[in-house]
Design a protein around this ligand. Structure first.
Ligand code: ADP
Length: 510
């Protein structure tokens, strides 16, 4: 096992990796930007090195600098987390060439799966079903129109280098194609420095179901079942579950075998994920392979009972997987909500400021993978995801009830978050029925984020706050000491939250 690992990331995933290392008895080196000097991941690591100013292009993305730091600090391996440098083949290669271990797949596997078009060709050769489309890319609008005719509308334009839903356009008629192609190219160029775009059939009403794969360096490739990630906004996941209501043990075995075949075709080692669209007839189509740990990995950990990040590290250190495929069947149900600094009542506008108070949910079956604490400043330099709230329960309905309870326990004061939105999803009868597709959230968004209802709850919370204040003044139940009674600054901010807590208890705040 390694003695020391450099964690080339920030926020919740940096903490997640540090925790995995601590349990394995591995020392950690954190890196941080000037904006993150007091971030929790910096404090939790054994050592920490500032690598540049706030913009990630000058800090977390400067691969050469991170490799230098790893060598100078005596780390033997680098864990990239997700995002940032995690899927840059050149970085994985540079780490290897520096005599260090990249905790992730070989650079060649990242490359093989890095381009959606190349990946399609690779997996088709391995017998993996893909969405009908042209993997060669489209030259111009005329060619795109000709290809679209062969599949029939609607079609989907996709950036070959795509990720995060960028450079994607649904095209419903031939008239829209030319303009959509131009804007997809522009967006792809801006996001990935590559304007290659290709075209595939747009599947109506499918689910997004992905399969977790784990491969060691000794030829064992296993799958760990599926995650249901259909609750998406603008092609970005917001809520994930394991297992999926739409996947029977038989379908799990088939999709799992397909994912294993795709991973083998790429010479894959370490943890990876094959994303599929699953249509209403039970047909599934490979979308892409994510060659890193995913944000939503905890739901798999909870139902399968293993630590994926620890296995990433152990595989990178050369350990063989001691499991067989038959060791894995999902137990119970897990749900994850992404807690972001966005205002759902205002078009998910990013919210910035200081987290004045943070009360974390706890109790049976609740897990918080976070990267912030009270006092953290949330700015615009980085991803708005602050934390993931994950629950595990014996059944889906109990998991939904548990998530609802955990969301009610959570208080984040000082910035807007997606908490209230998640609560409404948990309360939504359609979500509860499980009959959802990747279009479901966009269609339902109006109901789930209506500001009218929120104004009502805010008013009720204000009334509750006033009642509590009155009660305190008149010598009744004291929620928390006021400053003039000798309360510390910390307890002053708690007073604000005491009101919120009462509002919450009464079910008034969402
Ligand atoms: P990215 O890498 O940008 O995330 P993906 O290929 O993974 O792009 O697709 C992101 C999401 O877009 C999927 O989860 C799905 O919701 C939707 N999507 C992708 N391809 C199709 C398709 N052919 N038909 C319908 N929806 C699609």
């Amino acid at each position: 096992m390694f003695k020391k690992v450099l964690v080339a990331n920030r926020g919740e995933i940096a903490l997640r990796v540090i925790r995995a290392c601590q349990e394995l008895g591995v020392k950690t080196v954190a890196v941080y930007s000037e904006a993150d000097a007091s971030a929790p991941h910096v404090r939790e690591a054994d050592e920490a090195v500032c690598v540049g100013p706030a913009p990630s292009s000058q800090s977390y993305l400067v691969g050469e600098r991170l490799i230098e730091v790893a060598k100078a600090m005596g780390a033997e391996a680098i864990h990239p987390g997700y995002g940032f440098l995690s899927e840059r083949a050149w970085f994985a290669r540079a780490v290897r060439e520096a005599g260090l271990v990249f905790i992730g797949p070989p650079a060649e596997a990242i490359e093989a799966m890095g381009s959606k078009t190349a990946a399609r060709q690779l997996v088709i050769a391995a017998g993996v079903p893909v969405v009908p489309g042209n993997a060669e890319g489209v030259k111009d609008a005329d060619e795109a129109r000709a290809i679209a005719e062969t599949y029939g509308y609607p079609v989907l334009l996709k950036a070959a280098a795509g990720g995060g839903g960028k450079g994607m356009r649904v095209v419903r008629t031939a008239d829209e194609l030319s303009a959509a192609l131009d804007s997809a190219r522009r967006e792809a160029k801006n996001a990935f420095g590559d304007d290659a775009v290709y075209l595939e059939k747009y599947i109506e009403g499918p689910r997004h179901v992905e399969i977790q794969v784990l491969a060691d360096a000794h030829g064992t490739v296993l799958h760990l079942g599926e995650r249901e990630c259909s609750v998406q906004r603008r092609h970005q996941k917001m809520i994930e579950e394991a297992p999926s209501v739409a996947v029977s043990p038989e379908l799990r075995a088939r999709m799992g075998a397909t994912a294993v075949a795709a991973a083998k075709a790429a010479g894959y080692v370490n943890a990876g994920t094959c994303e599929f669209l699953l249509d209403r007839d039970g047909q599934y189509y490979f979308l892409e392979m994510n060659t890193r740990i995913q944000v939503e990995h905890p739901v798999t950990e909870l139902v399968m009972g293993l630590d994926l990040v620890q296995w990433q590290i152990r595989i990178a250190a050369g350990e063989p997987l001691p499991f067989q495929q038959t060791d894995f069947a999902p137990r119970g149900w897990a749900i994850e909500c992404r807690i972001t600094s966005e205002d759902p009542t205002n078009g998910f506008l990013p919210s910035t400021g200081r987290i004045e108070y943070l009360h974390l949910p706890s109790g049976p079956g609740v897990r918080w993978d976070g990267g912030v604490e009270a006092g953290s400043d949330v700015g615009l330099h980085y991803d708005p995801m602050l934390a993931k709230l994950i629950v595990h329960a014996p059944s889906r309905s109990l998991a939904i009830a548990r998530m609802r309870r955990a969301l009610l326990e959570l208080t984040v004061d000082g910035i807007e978050t997606s908490r209230g939105f998640h609560l409404r999803v948990m309360d939504d009868p359609e979500f509860q029925s499980g009959d959802i597709s990747i279009q479901w959230l966009e269609q339902r968004l109006g109901t789930l984020t209506s500001p009218t209802a929120d104004r009502e709850t805010l008013q009720l919370a204000a009334i509750a706050a006033a009642l509590v204040a009155h009660e305190e003044r008149s010598g009744g139940r004291v929620v928390s000491p006021a400053p003039e009674q000798g309360g510390s600054p910390a307890s002053v901010s708690r007073a604000g939250s005491g009101w919120a807590a009462v509002g919450r208890r009464e079910g008034l705040r969402s």
